[in-house]
Design a protein. Structure first.
Length: 410
């Protein structure tokens, strides 16, 4: 490798066909692309659903931020899979693919002729990943797999907050994110199996199981330990952790406090009633009283003042950030948690980077999120079609290709 040559990546040489929409599937495929896989996003000729549903109204220039955030390091081919010619083009891509990823509604893959059995007959080495909301079969098979609905069913909402108040959802698409990570892990494990045996296989992932198994410790406390979820009158951040555990108002913001020694806490915040308490007895039996006493004292000083005192006494605490503070945090900056790159239509963008570090095979951004069918022409040429055949397919609507015209940075 020369001084100017980029190091190889772990998944260089693997091709992934990403036929998924929304978040969980595209996020998993993006992770594979970050590690060097050639990810081909197979979209309808009108573009994937997420292109037309911008979160927070962040529409962008030609690529909205929702799509931009989940589809970097991919090439796009826009093809009509209901057209027999379009379907045949996908089949040709499958012949040379290593991974096929989809999150179609139940039954759609079969109707399109891209189910596992059909594609495995074409390419037995294919790792086929199917993501669903509740499972491939069963009583909830046809229910919509939407993040908030799965959070509600998971039980997690009733592990926080106050008794008698409405449960609160996580402030991010938690179920989608953990499902994406689960699918990503499944692909890597199945590829390892294939390297050892030469065999591809079907990998099924569902959102309900993903969010349920994420709560391994909490649910085991219930199923093995027999301890039910009991919310108190104060907003403790977790029903299975003693008080004080949660967020507290200060004079200028909020801080998070986690399981301090009650004696030490009482001394630092001037609450003598806490000093005589036993952590593992009164932290449970007087959970609401401990929380309320702590909250009453903490609202008298600033976040910075309390954090300095807590650090000096070995008490675990942290500021509650908004996104503006997070992006500028010294450790976040030091870690390179966010990356910046130039997108041909959206200009300079700054986004979360990679959750892993490899000394010899680092993840990197080779391209930003593509336009609809931006790479249709080059992918069809790679399949062996002539330029005339490609242009003919475009004219007849078998495929689509959006032209790239850069715009100035925002």
């Amino acid at each position: 490798m020369t001084a100017t040559e980029a190091p190889a990546q772990i998944l260089s040489g693997y091709r992934v066909l990403d036929c998924s929409i929304a978040m969980a599937g595209p996020f998993a495929a993006q992770r594979l692309g970050d590690l060097g896989a050639d990810v081909v996003k197979v979209e309808p000729t009108g573009g994937e659903w997420q292109r037309h549903a911008p979160a927070g109204g962040a529409v962008g220039n030609r690529v909205n931020v929702s799509f931009l955030s989940l589809n970097r390091n991919k090439r796009s081919i826009a093809v009509d899979l209901k057209n027999p010619e379009g379907k045949e083009l996908l089949v040709e891509l499958v012949r040379g693919a290593d991974v096929f990823l989809q999150n179609y509604r139940p039954g759609v893959a079969q109707r399109l002729g891209v189910d596992y059995e059909t594609l495995a007959a074409i390419n037995p080495r294919l790792v086929y990943v199917s993501i669903s909301g509740y499972g491939e079969d069963g009583p909830y098979r046809d229910r919509p797999g939407q993040d908030l609905l799965l959070q509600a069913m998971s039980g997690a909402m009733l592990s926080t907050g106050r008794a008698g108040e409405a449960p609160q959802a996580a402030g991010q698409y938690l179920v989608d994110a953990v499902t994406a990570s689960t699918a990503f892990e499944g692909v890597l494990a199945a590829l390892l199996h294939r390297e050892r045996t030469g065999e591809g296989q079907l990998v099924t992932v569902n959102m309900l199981d993903a969010i349920t198994t994420l709560q391994m410790q909490e649910l085991s406390v219930f199923t093995v330990g027999g301890v039910p979820q009991r919310r108190g009158s104060q907003p403790n951040a977790h029903v299975y952790i003693r008080s004080p555990y949660g967020t507290f108002a200060t004079t200028d913001g909020y801080l998070a406090l986690a399981m301090p020694s009650l004696r030490t806490l009482g001394e630092v915040i001037g609450a003598p009633e806490l000093c005589a308490m036993d952590d593992e007895v009164h932290g449970w039996s007087h959970r609401d009283e401990v929380f309320a006493a702590t909250a009453d004292r903490l609202r008298t000083r600033s976040t910075e003042e309390w954090l300095a005192d807590f650090a000096a006494h070995g008490i675990w605490a942290a500021p509650v950030y908004d996104y503006a503070r997070l992006v500028e945090d010294p450790q976040v900056v030091h870690n390179g948690t966010f990356v910046e790159y130039d997108h041909p239509t959206e200009g300079r963008v700054k986004v979360p980077g990679f959750p892993y570090r490899f000394a010899r095979t680092p993840a990197r951004i080779e391209r930003g999120a593509p336009l609809t069918g931006q790479h249709t022409r080059e992918l069809l040429l790679e399949l062996g079609l002539t330029p005339d055949q490609v242009e003919d397919a475009l004219r007849r609507g078998v495929v689509a290709a959006e032209e790239l015209e850069p715009v100035t940075s925002r």
